[in-house]
Design a binder for this molecule. Structure first.
Ligand SMILES: O=C(O)C[C@H]1C=CC(=O)O1
Length: 96
């Protein structure tokens, strides 16, 4: 199942720089691993925001939930989710 997910990151301004960098480094490793597995299909930066728009390909809602809960930046994110289904005019067989 495909999901449109937007994540806005709000790291507390008083968190020390080393901790922020360590969390961001773990987030990148986690994200790249999911991208390689095909679970995190696309990620874009929203211009001018500490926000991304992503497409996830998960088995079901619970799988998506577990993937998102595992994000190292999860405690500092606001997340919005839209479940997607294939558009009847889509020419992409894997849009499902
Ligand atoms: O930067 C972000 O949008 C937050 C998060 C998502 C992937 C990643 O590496 O960091």
């Amino acid at each position: 199942m495909l999901y449109h997910v937007s994540m806005t990151v709000n790291i507390p301004t008083d968190m020390d720089t080393a901790t922020v960098e360590e969390i961001k480094a773990r987030e990148k490793v986690y994200s790249l691993d999911l991208q390689r597995q095909g679970i995190w299909r696309h990620i874009w930066r929203v211009a001018g925001q500490y926000e991304n728009v992503s497409i996830f390909d998960c088995r079901d809602h619970l799988h998506l939930h577990e993937v998102l809960m595992g994000l190292p930046l999860y405690p500092y994110m606001n997340i919005s989710i839209m479940p997607l289904c294939r558009h009847p005019s889509s020419m992409h067989e894997d849009d499902k």
